[in-house]
Design a binder for this molecule. Structure first.
Ligand SMILES: [Zn+2]
Length: 207
């Protein structure tokens, strides 16, 4: 074994250590159980007075202890310094879905009668038009056409938005792939890193 390649290239010290090993020793996860006060027993005393009325007052509290387990994470400053690279976040695809049943029922079942009511109020109280059957038919056709238009327009814009999100996501995924390759390279590099315990210099040693 060539001992020299493990010596610090900065100060020549042989007191060096593998960075993944330093990291492993410097951080730990586990559970810690402590005895803690979980509740109190409250003592009360009730006094009955001569006139018959009673009064209850707190006369003491005794703490009740129990075992409480919590997850622990400990990390030394050194472990923090030699931590492995963190992976990039994967881009998420946002897609709006259409629920045709809800869209259709909502538009025809709610929007249509609502617009008919608005038209009725406006025509009767503001314009004061005598509403014949054919006039009503025209109004309802007009409103029905508007509702259909709104539904179609909504589907069209949602589709357009989804297409744009898909394109943006594809570009982000390309970028993410590059970042992941870079990440794997840096992890591979990290696994071969050594640290000098004398001067803190980090260097790579290939086996
Ligand atoms: Zn050194």
């Amino acid at each position: 074994m060539d001992a020299n390649k493990y010596s610090c290239p900065n100060c020549g010290s042989g007191n060096t250590a593998s960075i993944p090993l330093v990291y492993k020793r410097g951080h730990a996860t586990g559970n810690a159980t402590h005895r803690e006060v979980v509740s109190y027993n409250v003592q009360t005393t009730t006094t009955t007075y001569g006139d018959g009325h009673k009064e209850t007052e707190e006369t003491g509290r005794t703490p009740v202890y129990g075992n409480v387990t919590r997850p622990t994470y400990t990390e030394t400053d050194l472990a923090k310094e030699v931590a492995p690279p963190t992976p990039p976040d994967e881009p998420q695809l946002i897609q709006s879905g259409y629920d045709f049943v809800a869209l259709g029922c909502g538009s025809i079942g709610c929007l249509f009668p609502f617009l008919m009511l608005v038209a009725y109020v406006i025509l009767k109280y503001f314009i004061k038009t005598p509403m014949t059957q054919s006039a009503w038919d025209n109004v309802s056709y007009l409103i029905f056409a508007t509702v259909v238009f709104l539904v179609v327009y909504n589907i069209y814009t949602t589709k357009k938005l989804n297409t744009r999100h898909k394109k943006e996501h594809a570009i982000a995924m390309e970028e993410y792939k590059k970042q992941m390759e870079e990440y794997y390279r840096s992890v591979e590099d990290w696994q071969h890193l050594y640290i000098c315990n004398r001067c803190g210099c980090k260097f790579r040693v290939d086996d």
